[in-house]
Design a protein around this ligand. Structure first.
Ligand code: AMP
Ligand code: MG
Length: 326
């Protein structure tokens, strides 16, 4: 593996590598992606191998320009064009009828493909220079925490990728919102970096996948995913216990009030505040970074409180739930 910078020369090398069928970890505004030429079946197979990802989990295909999506998907379905104009480049992935040319490996044999135009300018330059759409799942081993820094990719997948482009920390910090436009009404399959409320403003009768009432149909809906190696217990907002049974434990709080309460109890080996002023955007940006840190610190247990289900709070709760002990 070779670490690349975001210099024009290195972005060219990254693009060349993708064109040559190699694997390149690229920064996006959500999390780091493990990029490969979406037209190249061998390269796609290498993505699954590197991630140890079950092949039923389809990849998100990234394009450099909103207009480039038409090459891989049919945007004539309701809302696709409106949403691409409104939210791309950005943290929205749309599931759309696929073009014949898209390999089954990218879509796990589904007739639909997930497409996104990311906002990160380095990601877009790499894709543009490569001249191909770039299939990129998150650059983590299947089931483990998503990477929000190049160091996370180095530590988790360093020996299984060809290049890692270090574009610094991912500002959004959680994966994209996945919206299925092939179903009627459109369905949010995974809450993420784009608040669901913004989609609901535009889409009449928008449905949101609810794990409590529906069994998983899309792979991102698996109940366990993005998990740290330590057991993580998720509790209601304000519900962190005053005492932890045995061992050392870290508390993940949302806001000064619960942070103070946790510190006062004196029971926690470490107390972390995801956002002192209870801003879910700030919490999302910090989430995986903090989970990586806490996981590496080898506490016996992690405890986290839920955020209100508003804006990016929905995405943060979804990731915390998936990371948690059921
Ligand atoms: P990741 O690339 O790791 O952020 O995960 C990609 C996620 O996108 C998958 O786990 C699915 O939830 C979703 N996805 C990708 N393609 C499709 C598709 N054709 N239909 C439904 N969901 C999809
Ligand atoms: Mg992932």
């Amino acid at each position: 593996m070779e670490l690349l910078t975001t210099s024009a020369r290195d972005l060219d090398r990254a693009a060349e590598a993708i064109r040559a069928g190699l694997l390149v970890a690229i920064p996006t505004e959500t999390v780091y992606g493990l990029g490969a030429d979406a037209w190249n079946r061998v390269a796609l197979a290498r993505v699954f191998e590197a991630k140890r990802r079950p092949s039923f989990d389809p990849l998100i295909v990234h394009v450099a320009e909103p207009g480039g999506a038409a090459e891989v998907a049919d945007l004539s379905v309701p809302y696709a064009r409106v949403l691409s104009e409104r939210f791309w480049p950005g943290p929205l992935t749309m599931v759309l009828p696929k073009r014949d040319r898209v390999p089954d490996l990218a879509t796990s044999g589904l007739p639909t493909v997930a497409v996104r135009c990311p906002a990160n300018t380095f990601a877009r330059q790499i894709i543009r220079r490569s001249g191909v759409p770039v299939a990129a799942p998150s650059a983590n081993p299947f089931g483990y925490l998503s990477p929000t820094r190049a160091e996370h990719v180095v530590a988790q997948l360093g020996d299984r990728v060809d290049f890692i482009v270090d574009g610094g920390r991912c500002p959004v910090g959680v994966e994209s919102t996945v919206l299925d436009l092939s179903s009627d009404p459109p369905l949010v399959l995974r809450p993420g970096g784009l608040p669901v409320e913004l989609l609901a403003d535009i889409i009449h009768g928008l449905a949101v996948y609810d794990r409590a009432t529906t069994s998983p149909t899309a792979p991102g809906q698996l109940p366990s995913h993005y998990a740290p190696a330590r057991p993580l217990y998720l509790v209601a907002s304000g519900g962190l216990p005053g005492a932890v049974p045995g061992g050392t434990a870290a508390a993940l709080c949302f806001g000064v009030e619960s942070t103070r309460a946790a510190l006062r109890s004196g029971r926690w080996a470490k107390v972390v505040d995801l956002s002192p002023n209870r801003d879910p955007v700030q919490a999302a940006a910090a989430l995986f970074d903090i989970l990586h840190e806490l996981d590496a610190a080898l506490f016996d247990e992690l405890w986290a409180e839920r955020l209100p289900d508003l804006g990016l709070g929905l995405a943060v709760n979804d990731r915390l739930y998936k990371a948690s002990v059921k």
